[in-house]
Write a protein that binds this ligand. Structure first.
Ligand code: ADP
Ligand code: ZN
Length: 518
């Protein structure tokens, strides 16, 4: 093909212009280089490899985990006149043979294939005999245990880079925090890949976090100021969902509960009524939202703390699809933390538990952020925001700051005194002079930092320590029970050469109780 990608975009796909970064990603792939693309769902990842597939010689091999995803893509491509096909377990023997014949005859522009089919030795042998334009690995987070949808069959894809050294490879995903990203790139052999992270910002959504005091009353006030708008209220348990929905109904608000415990029929009824604007508020567990495409959802309220930033982003992202102003309100109470924590800790896979606890603490960090929420949110996905957004609670009403030098020093020296071998819970117990057995056995009641922080509640210390992590004074060794360690930036602070000003948490922390906890 002897024309520009833009021309293909217009003539084959019928779009006027590229979205940010699409063209760069396409050019890089066309030049034969590897890329890693992190872009939210609906961002336009597919074109990034579909257009190079049409421009480069040979067939583009696209790895996709689900037959249904493959089918949608192949159907859409065929409608645009592109020679695309899917090779997966839904094909009978004859169809498979026919497909392979077309592959060898060079008749295909794109072939979608399941990972276990692709990595089958005889299939790899075939691919060596024909020109391959590129490899695209969709839903690339499936290769990582850090991701939320690990698939063992993806692991074998790590061999691709080595087997086909001259063919460009592009990995794409909509969800990956820092660790997942590194893990994906390492596993897929993408050391030289260019990383593109883009499209996460939803500028029309205003993010607000409020201290959770009397959540129902807070919700009622929130709804009262926008009587004509529709939205979703997320709560953690089915029981809570039922409770909140029925209280709203008592107030005369058209609300309905939605959770996995309801009959299918009831769930689709609620979904449809919400789409038709017959229901104003759906109170739901995380079960609600998949495949909901209601453009005029004006608000999403989190009644409880989401379990990680990925979920929070996805759930709040259901607001304002029409591009008009929308609200995301999170009610955040420290009381929610132990509940979320114990839910996670009841898991059976220790590796998974550790990862999820880490993600929860990032979520808490977001709720405690002292500066622009949008900056924190985009930062989590690795996208930089150049300036504070001007459309979140912290930008609109900046918090006071306070001198946290003394507290920070106490916390850092305590981390040091316990030998940088313990997690936040233990450090806090030592700071607060807790009388538990473990502390006595370890002799930590004889440390100079024992009890120097008794004036603050455990929650307050938790918040300070989390902020120290976010600000880069402490790091958590995730491979090792979230043990806290000092970073080099901690030294000037410890030596008294530097002062630390933290944003005063908007969330008020309970006064220290007389008795240390536990
Ligand atoms: P993703 O794979 O990132 O979830 P898709 O590739 O399915 O997203 O794209 C989402 C939607 O955006 C599709 O309907 C696609 O046709 C559309 N789209 C992608 N790029 C453009 C563009 N440059 N202009 C207009 N629409 C686009
Ligand atoms: Zn902001």
């Amino acid at each position: 093909m002897d024309c520009l990608p833009l021309h293909t975009l217009q003539t084959v796909f019928g779009f006027h212009a590229f979205r940010p970064f699409q063209e760069e990603i396409i050019n890089r792939l066309m030049a034969g280089d590897d890329s890693f693309v992190l872009m939210p769902t609906g961002g336009g990842k597919s074109l990034c490899y579909q257009i190079p597939a049409l421009h480069r010689h040979g067939v583009a091999i696209v790895v996709s985990p689900l037959i249904s995803l493959m089918k949608d893509q192949v159907d859409a491509l065929r409608e645009n006149g592109v020679a695309a096909a899917a090779y997966n377990s839904s094909l009978g023997e004859r169809d498979s043979r026919q497909l392979l014949a077309r592959l060898h005859a060079g008749e295909l522009d794109l072939l979608y294939v399941a990972p276990e089919r692709l990595m089958n030795d005889s299939f790899l042998e075939r691919l060596r005999e024909i020109p391959v334009a590129l490899f695209a690995i969709d839903e690339a987070h499936c290769v990582s245990q850090w991701g939320h949808d690990f698939r063992p069959e993806y692991v074998a894809l790590g061999r691709l880079r080595g087997i086909f050294p001259g063919i460009p490879l592009i990995a794409l995903t909509a969800t990956a925090d820092h660790q997942t990203r590194n893990d994906i790139m390492e596993r897929l052999g993408l050391a030289d890949a260019q990383v593109y992270i883009t499209g996460f910002d939803r500028p029309n959504i205003r993010y607000t976090v409020m201290e959770k005091r009397k959540p129902f009353q807070q919700l009622q006030e929130f709804l009262g100021t926008r009587p004509d708008e529709a939205g979703i209220v997320y709560a953690l348990s089915r029981k809570r969902v039922e409770e909140v929905a029925s209280k709203l109904r008592e107030l005369g608000i058209e609300a309905a509960p939605y959770h996995a415990g309801l009959a299918d029929r009831e769930r689709s009824r609620v979904q449809e009524a919400f789409l038709r604007d017959d229901i104003r508020v759906v109170v739901a567990t995380v079960a609600f939202g998949m495949g909901i495409d209601k453009p005029n959802v004006r608000f999403v309220v989190h009644y409880d703390l989401p379990k990680n930033i990925e979920s929070y982003y996805q759930e709040t992202g259901r607001a304002g699809r029409d591009g008009l102003p929308a609200e995301a309100l999170l009610l955040f109470g420290y009381g929610d933390i132990p509940i979320s924590r114990s839910l996670i800790e009841s898991g059976t896979n220790p590796e998974q538990v550790r990862i999820e606890l880490h993600k929860l603490s990032a979520m808490i960090g977001f709720a405690e952020a002292g500066s622009c929420r949008r900056g924190a949110l985009l930062g989590y996905f690795g996208q930089r925001l150049e300036e504070p957004c001007g459309n979140c609670d912290l930008c609109l009403d900046p918090p006071d700051s306070f001198d946290a030098t003394e507290e920070a020093r106490k916390a850092l020296s305590c981390v040091y005194r316990v030998g940088q071998r313990f997690g936040a819970g233990h450090v806090i117990d030592v700071l607060r002079g807790s009388k538990n057995e473990r502390i006595r056995q370890l002799g930590h009641d004889r440390l100079s930092t024992y009890g120097i922080g008794a004036h603050l509640a455990a929650e307050a210390w938790g918040s300070i320590i989390r902020q120290l992590i976010h600000r880069g004074y402490l790091q958590q060794d995730l491979a090792n029970f979230s043990v806290l360690k000092l970073t080099p930036s901690a030294l000037p602070l410890l030596r008294g050469e530097e002062r630390l000003v933290l944003a005063k948490p908007r969330i008020k922390v309970a006064e220290a109780k007389k008795e240390p906890r536990r």
